[in-house]
Design a protein around this ligand. Structure first.
Ligand SMILES: Cc1cc2nc3c(=O)[nH]c(=O)nc-3n(C[C@H](O)[C@H](O)[C@H](O)COP(=O)(O)OP(=O)(O)OC[C@H]3O[C@@H](n4cnc5c(N)ncnc54)[C@H](O)[C@@H]3O)c2cc1C
Length: 381
């Protein structure tokens, strides 16, 4: 009997690949393995659930059982894949070997931890899945203030969401303006001041060095010598593809698990997509890239080899205080030019030849996104 296709992970990437496969092939046995409860949810919802009045349970779209039925698949929950044997074509699941025809790694990323001193470090929360988010929401009960480490996408979105819900929010990051990695200064400042107007207390250009318990909450010591108090500490300093499993199986890894245009790793029967993968030098930890990858992979696994294409995929930052859309440039030899009046700004990144390579829009200017999407080059044609 033909061995099954095995997918590691039931996030948007794992379930996305399974759904796409089933559009072309309902016959091949399919097994999804997840160390969590296998509930299907839309992860971006986590950073706007307070504003929308959603409890964690409201975010579950389908249980693992319902997904198994929809996909005509077996979904093994609370099942950890600890090893891959590419020669034998087996994975070890909760200590037992499971054979595969083809294996799909969709095991996501791990939140980065920055080194911190103090007796409160173990209490610092991180949110990268629904289970983390349940813990975060239960800890928010009775809290008034939250200190967020990191002014990147996730840190800014949680800052906006918590401030909307009436929490006192501190945000600490050594960068000079929020989203500095993506945005030039003017739109970054527009976002900074919109969130400040909402009550976010910025501590930019400084780092958290320690988290000490203080009463029922915490005292954070900063590298500029300052300190602040908060009832809860949330670390949102970034994610790193979880490459350990692939690396120990001898698969080629760089920042992520390296894949070609067909999402194939260095082993011909192992594929990867989503937050764990790196293709063409890009790690793209967003929904649109993984959906495009899932579409291509679904066909490839069904026998029709298909290369992934990435169109213009701007990132929509969920900060309603200052709507922000950014398509980060690929070129490094160009320059940003900004026009408009804050907070309604258009930032164009022109490459050395003067062609639009990336853009950022804030406020009312986000209404022009369609024109920009037409003009900008696709990430991978
Ligand atoms: C708060 C937040 C807001 C976001 N907002 C946006 C947004 O607005 N727009 C956007 O485009 N992107 C957003 N993102 C990013 C986007 O959600 C992710 O890129 C995407 O959900 C990643 O999906 P994934 O399936 O690759 O990984 P994950 O969802 O992390 O899934 C990984 C899966 O692998 C399983 N797993 C891991 N290791 C093992 C193992 N060893 N054995 C078995 N199972 C394992 C896990 O249990 C899980 O099921 C956001 C992310 C966060 C955290």
């Amino acid at each position: 009997m033909m061995q099954p296709i095995v997918i590691v992970g039931t996030g948007l990437a794992g379930y996305g690949a399974a759904r796409e496969l089933r559009k072309h092939d309902r016959e091949t046995r399919l097994i999804l393995v997840s160390r969590d409860d296998g509930a299907s949810y839309y992860k971006p919802d986590l950073s706007e659930a307070l504003t929308k009045g959603h409890a964690p349970d409201d975010l579950v779209k389908k249980t693992a059982e319902a997904m198994a039925e929809e996909l005509d698949a077996e979904v093994r929950t609370h099942a950890e894949v600890s090893a891959i044997d590419t020669a034998a074509r087996t994975v070890t699941v909760n200590g037992e070997a499971l054979a595969y025809r083809d294996l799909v790694l969709a095991n996501g990323a791990e939140p980065i931890s920055i080194p911190l001193a103090g007796d409160g470090v173990d209490e610092v929360l991180k949110v990268n899945d629904l289970q983390d988010y349940r813990v975060f929401r239960s800890r928010l009960e009775g809290a008034d203030s939250v200190a967020i480490l990191g002014a990147g996408l996730i840190g800014c979105e949680f800052a906006n969401d918590l401030a909307n819900a009436g929490f006192t929010v501190h945000n600490i990051d050594p960068i000079d303006w929020p989203l500095q990695r993506f945005l030039p200064e003017a739109p970054g400042r527009a976002l900074e001041s919109a969130l400040a107007d909402l009550g976010v207390d910025w501590h930019l250009g400084t780092m958290v060095e320690g988290v000490q318990r203080a009463g029922d909450g915490f005292e954070l010591s900063l590298s500029d010598g300052g300190s602040l108090n908060a009832d809860l500490v949330l670390s949102a300093v970034g994610l790193r593809p979880d490459i350990a499993l692939a690396e120990s199986a001898g698969l080629e890894v760089d920042r992520g698990v390296v894949v070609d245009r067909e999402l194939r790793t260095s082993d011909p029967h192992v594929y990867a997509l989503g937050d764990v993968a790196e293709g063409g030098g890009h790690v793209l930890p967003f929904v649109m890239p993984l959906m495009n990858a899932a579409r291509a992979l679904g066909k490839t696994l069904a026998g029709e080899s298909t290369a992934v294409r990435y169109p213009v995929m701007p990132v929509i930052v969920k900060t309603p205080a200052c709507p922000t859309i950014v398509y980060p440039p690929r070129a490094t030899d160009g320059e940003w030019t900004v026009s408009g009046d804050a907070p309604d700004l258009e930032a164009r990144y022109l490459d050395a030849e003067g062609k639009l390579d990336g853009f950022a829009l804030t406020g009312e200017a986000t209404g022009k996104r369609r024109d920009y999407i037409k003009e900008a080059p696709p990430l991978l044609a």
